[in-house]
Ligand binder design. Sequence first.
Ligand code: ZN
Length: 172
Amino acid sequence: MSVKIILTEPNKLLRLVSEPVEKVDKEYRRLMDDMIETMYAAPGIGLAAIQIGVPKRIIVMDISRDENKKEPMYFVNPVVNKKNSEKAIYEEGCLSVPDQFAEIARPSKCEVEYLDYNGKKQLLKAEGLLATCIQHEMDHLEGILFIDYLSKLKKSIIIKKLSKAKTNRIVV
Ligand code: ZN
């Protein structure tokens, strides 16, 4: 397993629509291992493959927020079957949009069909933080970031800040 570099906005790769996984094999399991390690190291509670530059429909998450009791979740080719019309608001952040947060409204419940780490079909009935998190991550698979839900002005201020932060960044 190894920790990968997380891409940050603005980066064109983050805007790609990810491709479905044909078969969950050893190589994809290795990718999921790298993703979960990268997510824990960040630290974050969710990561999509495209955030480390791989345009495949794979997500890892752990919303347990407990160092001692890790509960990693793996989603391959996730599809939303149902979602609630009722919305829930969370203050969201994103490993690809560092240090920026905004309140985003999303369906409060959803049902997601996916393949797990072993390629087995699963159904997740999510609500609360889990529902928000999986929807945030699934947006990444479509090249969508949470800042896309903000007004044009707010979004451009954030992107400007991030671009500036990048220009001033040095590694010595
Ligand atoms: Zn994100």
